[in-house]
Design a protein around this ligand. Structure first.
Ligand code: ADP
Ligand code: MG
Length: 252
């Protein structure tokens, strides 16, 4: 049983078909890559999953639910979190405050609370802060908790956005070009963190990324799009040797 299944999804903007009869399944606790040249429709798919866009046709099943019948906030409560292609943080707030914004549901001790056995007797607010701190710690950002986000290097800002997405206890994490703007060391570290999210926290990841060496290193399955359509799917080796994929990337 896949965690998520897209079936014949088509998204149009006026006369432009941005996503064209797209079907693919994301298996639970895997890292699933979604790649393709610029304009292929990857971000549009993400915007459908987070319910910013409504497909003209098609179905999306998430954990047995009809995703397209839900609102954006309901999708978050169901366990889908995302980061954006460009960092979207509150620059005048601290890292910790930014992560707290990600905790949409009050009351529960949250993912990191459960995981690290946060005491149930704590006040909700302090439990929330604790969970946010633990998310920052998990990503090696504890020392930035009280820094203003705008004063931090770009690589750290990207990870803070990660922490904010994580603290909402997602089953599925949508990452839109997380390595963009990162140097090779930061990218390699990010790759290790994404693998840890899967291995240690059991999170399923749908990854849009242009850095092919990162994609090939960490993805279990890769779906390749071109002009809104799926042109290939498989593991890294299969994809790298697929003539249609090579052609799409070389622009022949
Ligand atoms: P990718 O993320 O793969 O680079 P996008 O999903 O951003 O591609 O875009 C796919 C196509 O849809 C592009 O041709 C883009 O210009 C178009 N597009 C995306 N969003 C909109 C929008 N809100 N209005 C009109 N066209 C859009
Ligand atoms: Mg995009």
């Amino acid at each position: 049983m896949p965690l998520m299944q897209l079936d014949g999804v088509t998204v149009q903007f006026g006369g432009l078909t941005a996503v064209n009869e797209l079907s693919f399944a994301v298996a639970e606790k895997t890292i699933h890559g979604l790649i393709g040249p610029n304009g292929a429709g990857k971000s549009t798919v993400f915007n459908c999953l987070s319910r910013f866009y409504q497909p003209a046709v098609g179905k999306i099943d998430f954990a047995g639910r009809d995703l397209l019948a839900l609102r954006s906030d309901q999708v978050m409560n169901l366990g889908i979190a995302r980061t954006f292609q460009n960092v979207e943080l509150f620059r005048g707030m601290t890292a910790l405050e930014n992560v707290l914004v990600g905790q949409h549901s009050l009351g529960g001790s949250g993912f990191f609370g459960d995981l690290f056995a946060t005491s149930k007797v704590k006040q909700a607010e302090s439990a929330r802060r604790q969970a946010a701190m633990e998310a920052l710690e998990f990503l090696g950002l504890a020392d930035t908790a009280n820094s203003l986000v705008g004063s931090l290097p770009y690589g750290k800002q990207k990870l803070i956005e990660f922490a904010r997405a994580l603290v909402s206890k997602p089953k599925l994490l949508l990452l839109d070009e997380p390595a963009a703007g990162l140097n090779p060391q930061e990218t390699s570290h990010l790759g290790d963190l994404i693998v840890e999210l899967k291995d240690k926290l059991g999170i399923t990841i749908l990854l849009v990324e242009h850095d092919m060496s990162l994609v090939m290193r960490i993805c279990d399955t890769i779906t390749v799009m071109e002009f809104g359509r799926k042109i290939a799917e498989g593991d890294a080796k299969t994809i790298q040797n697929n003539p249609a994929v090579i052609k799409a990337y070389l622009g022949e």
